[in-house]
Design a protein. Structure first.
Length: 201
């Protein structure tokens, strides 16, 4: 028997096995992993991981959010504010179906989040109230995102369990970045160059 015939024989045998129906594959590794972390530890880990991505992170109380937003945005003249964002924003521009060029003219955007993931330092937006449509968080050069401490979960499986698969999602792990073939890092190519995260405790 030639090598070719041997390989084809193994393929035919495998196909016959596949015809017997689906194979039960254990998926326990995909389960929630939050039981080992207390809430305070999850928030601290989230803050640490977000900072690892070269994002700026600030923790504050609910009453201090407007000042934290003001401080992070500085003197930026045009800040995009999605419908339903609950805090005042200096120089806020409401999204009324702005064109891509008008979005690009905004220096920053502020949003809320749906969930934050401690293990990966990831923020997930599902583009409801306070988050706006996807383009809002992708076009301006600066993104400031407010995440409440009770929105932080341990891992990706925990986050997926909370998300509605029928809604659009944007997963954000730090500022937009890419590298060329020589591994030169370039930020801001596919989204905001700067990410500020305010964690409300």
């Amino acid at each position: 028997m030639s090598a070719r015939e041997e390989i084809l024989g193994q393929v035919r045998s495998a196909l016959r096995e596949a015809d017997r129906g689906p194979v039960d594959v254990p998926r326990g590794y995909r389960g929630p992993r939050g039981s080992g972390l207390r809430d305070a530890d999850m928030v601290s880990l989230f803050v640490e991981r977000v900072a690892d991505y070269r994002a700026t992170v600030e923790r504050c109380a609910e009453a201090d959010v407007p000042e934290a937003v003001r401080r992070a945005l500085g003197s930026r003249a045009r800040v995009l504010v999605p419908e339903g964002f609950p805090w005042p924003v200096d120089h806020g521009v409401r999204d009324t179906g702005l064109s891509p060029q008008e979005l690009d003219d905004c220096e920053a955007v502020v949003t809320e989040a749906t969930v934050g993931i401690a293990e990966t330092g990831t923020i997930v937006l599902t583009h409801g109230a306070g988050q706006g449509r996807r383009a809002l968080s992708l076009v301006p050069d600066v993104h400031l995102c407010v995440v409440r401490a009770d929105q932080v979960v341990a891992g990706v499986p925990d986050a997926v369990a909370l998300l509605d698969p029928g809604r659009p999602q944007t997963w954000i792990s730090g500022p937009s970045a890419t590298s060329d073939i020589e591994l030169n890092r370039v930020e801001g190519v596919h989204g905001p160059r700067t990410l500020h995260v305010v964690v409300v405790e």
